[in-house]
Structure formats: C-alpha cells, structure tokens
Design a protein around this ligand. Structure first.
Ligand code: GDP
Ligand code: IMO
Ligand code: MG
Length: 438
C-alpha cells in the first residue's frame, strides 16, 4: 500500500470542502477545483469516471497551459496537493495511465501523490464496446453517452459481478471473474471482437504499474481528515445527471449529488464542511434528454460560440439555453449548497436582454416542484423573468464592484431567488479570471 505524503501544514478541521456541478455538467468545476487546490492537501474524486472532462487554464513555469482532466483530480495542478480516486469512482486503467503520462509531459510531476482506492471498480474495454452497442440498441431514444463504458461498469457493480482494484492482485480470481463477465456480455449482445486472454495478460502488467498508487481508500480519507489535512472533493458530472435525481433515464450511472460524496468516499455527513455549487450563468447540456430553456435560435448559437461550448471529453457541441432557476432551486434543495460559483458570466456580455426561468406551468397551473416524469417536463411552459443585459467586456473585472450595474443586478437576482450566496464569479477561463466575494 502506498503512503500519504506529509501535509505542508494542518488546517483541515476534520471536514472536507465539496464542490459539485449544479446543472447538467461542464459548469466549470475544474477551474474552481484548481483555484481552491492551492489551499488544499488532498483533492478527491468520489463518483463517475473518465466521462468527466474538466478544463484548467493555468500558468506553469510562466507558460499559459491548458489541462484536460477526465479521471484524475484537477487539484494535481497544485504540486503540493495529492490526488485521490475514491471507492465510488469507476477506473479505466489504460485511460488512467494515458492521462497521467499526458500530465507529466506537460511538466506536472505526480510521483508519490496520486492514489486510488482498492475498492474502486474497474471499467474494461468491453464495457466501452457494450456502451456503444446499448446506444445503438436504443436507436432514437439513445442517451448520448460518452461511450466511456460508465453505465455498463456501474451495471456490473450493481449486479455484483464487477471487478474492483484489489482483484488485480489475485490473478486467478481476476481471470475467472473476468472471463465470466465477458461471456455474460457475449450472451447478451452477441459475439463481438474481443481478446479476452490478451486483456487478462495486459491487466497483469497494469497491476504492477498501478501498485504504488493503491491505498485502502477508507483509511486514506479518514487519515487525511483526522490529521487535519485540507480535503477538497471535486464533483464530476452534475446534479441533473444524477442516477436518482437527474432527468432519468437521460443521466449518468452514479450518484453525482451530495449523497455520492459520502458513499463514494466512505465518510459520514458530519465530515462534510462547505458545499459549493458550480453553476453557469446560463444552461448547457451535452447528450440527449429534456432541456426546458433550450435555445435553438441565434442567441443559442451565440452562447455556443462565445462560450466555446464544445465537450472536453467527446468534442460534441453543447446545447445552450437560458438560465433555469426552477432547476437550480431543485439542485439547491438536494445538495444544500453553502455557496455558489457563478461561472461564464462574461459569455453574456453585450446581450441586450437576458431571460431567466422562474417558473414552470402545465395547463396554466404552476408546478410546485421539479417534475420526475419526463412527459410532464416536456409539456411545461417556462415562465421567464427578463432582465437588462450590459455592454462591454467584464473579463478584466477583479471585484464585484467593477461589474456594470445591470450585471450586478443579474447576479443579485439569482442570489435572492435561490437564497444562496454567490461567493465566486467566473469572468474568463483562466485561474485569475475569478471574482471572490468574501
Ligand atoms: P467542468 O466539467 O465543470 O470542469 O467544465 P468544463 O471544463 O467541461 O467546461 C467549462 C469550460 O468553460 C472550460 O473550457 C473552461 O475553461 C471554461 N470556463 C470556466 N470558467 C469560465 C468562465 O468564467 N468564463 C469563460 N469564458 N470560460 C470559463
Ligand atoms: P463533467 O464532469 C456533461 C452526460 C453525457 C450523457 C449522459 C450519460 O465534465 O461535467 P455517460 O457516459 O456518463 O453514461 O453519459 O451524461 N455526461 C456529461 N455531460 N459533463 C459531464 O461531466 C458529463 N458526464 C456525463 O453527455 O448525456
Ligand atoms: Mg466537463
């Protein structure tokens, strides 16, 4: 088992700070994780896998560098911060090494500071093949997954036939369980090209390379907390993609909400401190599924282009629309954010007016909650509040007071509607383009 590095100092207070995606993903979690990680000893992932794509733009040795994180925690950009992949994450080992190699090529040395829980489940290439086959089978009602094998891997986990990291170190058991798993997929999906024995041999080699990263995940995180290390939990995906509370079935396959922090790391609720919700100043979604405030007109196109709304993981165009506060209110209820990071406010520069969803009605009656039934959601008529836009470029602003009055009004409106403090405001992709309101 690997050992955790010594902390630089100790101020964690036994509680983890959590940041979570509040909408449908790609809110800018990576950037905040990077900003906060300068003050952290550990940055932990608790759910999802390499379906996530977190972008960071930071200065490394004086050079502006862009990093794309998928499976590894974004906090690794801070050279003093350890990265931890918790038990609730699903790990595709070849992608883990690929990502690690890329990071190291960009000048980040991760030696001795990247750890994986021995309870984390493994994603194999056959899960990825099955992900594609399932999508084909669904035809017109496909989910639009990232095809990273996430759903099939969590299916193996839930059906109690999955393989976990610790199984890599029992080669005979690993091989027999692996063969059974693959056979099961052949039975279900018909035979597809797959070198089962070759994979077993490949994983034997991976096991040795992975060994220095493996820890007892429960001991690791509890040691970090009890020794006062500052722990940041970096959410992946987002609330509206949560398996229970998202727009099911157009969701991912893990608990991406606050509950997933406890189950994915093995920590109790009282070990959670601040919970920061990351939300865009408008809404985007990749993949299929309902999106009440979606814009398919020129404004939607403007948001896509100005906001560079193309997926980090799959390169797909993100669907764009107005900010939906009905959905955000639901998100606040479930995750209990103690504060919010409003991101990409700069993308709204120079729009004459801005609309914000403040209610849903069906047959003239206002809904009192976010509907579970997608048929109801498809029927809702969105009630908008229209607010004036602002002219000019806000990307150089470093304090709230430097923002134009109508821009501050937009932020204040969101804050008072949700009754949650907007503590951070993103005005550009770079680490420095973040206003912090104490
Ligand atoms: P994540 O998955 O939540 O980490 O978000 P992504 O990295 O997938 O997508 C967010 C995109 O917006 C990235 O390209 C970021 O560099 C960029 N970004 C983050 N915050 C801001 C911001 O405040 N303004 C602008 N213009 N871009 C931002
Ligand atoms: P980050 O962490 C945006 C979406 C996919 C698809 C659905 C299911 O970068 O915010 P999956 O491959 O997980 O089975 O896909 O979920 N999705 C995301 N969309 N950002 C993400 O992560 C996402 N992770 C999954 O597009 O609609
Ligand atoms: Mg993303």
């Amino acid at each position: 088992m690997a050992a955790m590095p010594k902390p630089a100092d100790s101020k964690g207070g036994g509680k983890a700070t959590v940041l979570l995606g509040a909408q449908w993903g790609d809110e800018g979690k990576g950037k905040l994780a990077d900003v906060l990680s300068t003050q952290m000893d550990v940055c932990a992932r608790c759910a999802g896998g390499n379906n996530a794509g977190h972008t960071i733009v930071a200065n490394v040795n004086g050079v502006k560098t862009k990093f794309d994180f998928h499976l590894l925690p974004s906090g690794l950009v801070n050279p003093r911060c350890a990265g931890f992949i918790g038990s609730g994450v699903v790990v595709h080992v070849p992608s883990f090494f690929e990502e690690l190699d890329k990071l190291e090529k960009k000048g980040l040395n991760c030696d001795g500071r990247l750890f994986i829980s021995d309870r984390a489940h493994l994603v194999f290439d056959f899960h990825q093949v099955v992900d594609g086959l399932k999508e084909v089978e669904l035809g017109g009602s496909s989910i639009g997954t990232t095809k990273k094998g996430i759903g099939p891997a969590y299916s193996s986990k839930a059906s109690r036939s999955g393989l976990r990291v610790h199984h890599l170190y029992d080669p005979e058991l690993f091989a027999s369980k692996f063969r059974k798993l693959v056979e099961g997929r052949f039975k279900r999906y018909g035979h597809f090209e797959y070198d089962t024995e070759g994979e077993i041999a490949r994983y034997k080699a991976f096991a040795e390379r992975l060994r220095p990263h493996i820890v007892d995940g429960v001991t690791f995180i509890h040691t970090a907390l009890s020794s006062n290390r500052r722990v940041l939990v970096e959410g992946a995906n987002a609330l509206m993609l949560d398996i229970d509370f998202g727009t099911y079935p157009f969701v991912t396959s893990s608990s991406t909400s606050i509950g997933g922090v406890c189950t994915g790391l093995g920590i109790p609720p009282n070990a959670i401190g601040d919970v920061i919700g990351v939300m865009k100043a408008y809404t985007t979604r990749v993949g299929m599924g309902p999106f009440p405030t979606e814009l398919t007109d020129d404004i939607g196109h403007h948001l896509q282009e100005v906001g560079a709304e193309y997926g980090v993981t799959t390169g797909r165009r993100r669907r764009c629309g107005w900010l939906d506060l009905v959905m955000m209110r639901y998100s606040c209820l479930i995750n209990g954010y103690t504060s919010l990071n409003l991101t990409k406010l700069d993308v709204l520069d120079n729009l004459k007016e801005l609309k914000v969803a403040v209610g849903y009605t069906v047959d003239g009656k206002e809904l009192t909650s976010f509907p579970a039934d997608l048929e109801v959601l498809a029927k809702v008529e969105v009630q908008y509040k229209t607010l004036p836009g602002w002219e000019g470029d806000i990307s150089k602003a470093t304090t709230f007071d430097e923002l134009p009055q109508t821009c501050r009004d937009y932020v204040d409106f969101i804050e008072s509607f949700l009754s949650v403090k907007i503590e951070w405001i993103g005005v550009g992709p770079a680490r420095e383009s973040m206003i912090h309101r104490a």
